[in-house]
Design a protein around this ligand. Structure first.
Ligand code: ADP
Length: 254
């Protein structure tokens, strides 16, 4: 059974205009699934439907066998603990230091400070920032802030990590180091990762599978090898043309 199963999903924010229309998507356990498309294609809406931060207008989202639309609010809150999420602008608490940011989800679950700090310190080690526990987000680089956000998303040992443009605000070298961290997390803990991005390099560097989204529709999906090795949709071909340009920039040709 797929760990995320989306069937016939549509979402409209206003009557008659679909941000997403009739989406079917299956993500298998352990995959790193990239969802790529231009700005406004519906990527954020789709990823937010995966944990019901947005409620679909039609269709179903089933996570690890539980259909989210059938859950009560408290069951949904419980289920969301299994689904970590990170964002483009990190969304850290700027008045709290690093260890309090990472401990925060456990503290609001009612765990003691000692227990929450113990887990936070394990994660600090995992992200290579043991020496920064007392630092405040404003004292950290963007890459370090994203590492803290990743640690915070992992405190409750989620099965799934959703990444919404998580590297879009970072330079290429930092992007590379964050992608390596995500890959390590995927391999070490078997966490399934869904990555929303407009950057081809992100997909080609770490994703196993990819769906191309355009104007609220999935126009092509499959393994990265299949889709980019033999692109069928015009939108995929266009993304590949942009990718050459992007790789040019990353390679220092600008
Ligand atoms: P992407 O992440 O690919 O840039 P989005 O999912 O953010 O795309 O947006 C898809 C479409 O839905 C866009 O037309 C956008 O304007 C619209 N949209 C997104 N969020 C909202 C919202 N909260 N209210 C109204 N329209 C929205």
């Amino acid at each position: 059974m797929s760990i995320i199963e989306i069937k016939g999903l549509s979402k409209s924010y206003k009557a008659g205009v679909d941000a997403l229309e009739n989406i079917d998507l299956s993500v298998e356990k352990g995959q790193i699934y990239g969802i790529i498309g231009m700005s406004g294609a519906g990527k954020s809406t789709l990823v937010r439907c995966m944990n019901y931060l947005e409620r679909p207008t039609k269709g179903t989202v089933t996570v690890d066998g539980r259909e989210l639309g059938k859950l009560t609010e408290s069951e949904l809150r419980e289920e969301r603990r299994q689904i970590g999420m990170i964002f483009q602008h990190f969304n850290l608490l700027y008045q709290k230091n690093v260890i309090d940011n990472i401990s925060f989800p456990l503290r609001i679950q009612g765990k003691s400070k000692d227990e929450a700090y113990k887990r936070a310190r394990e994660l600090l080690k995992e992200i290579g920032m043991e020496d920064k526990e007392k630092a405040y987000p404003a004292q950290l680089s963007g890459g370090q802030q994203q590492r803290v956000a990743i640690a915070r998303a992992l405190t409750a040992n989620p099965k799934i990590l959703l990444c919404d443009e998580a590297t879009s605000a970072l330079d290429p070298k930092t992007t590379q180091s964050i992608l390596e961290l995500l890959k390590k997390i995927n391999e070490q803990y078997g966490i399934t990762i869904v990555i929303i991005t407009h950057q081809m390099s992100v997909v080609t560097k770490i994703c196993t599978n990819v769906a191309i989204i355009s104007e609220g529709h999935i126009v092509e999906k499959g393994t990265v090898k299949e889709v980019f090795g033999n692109p069928k949709a015009e939108e995929t071909k266009e993304l590949l043309r942009y990718a050459d340009f992007e790789i040019g920039i990353e390679g220092g040709l600008r």
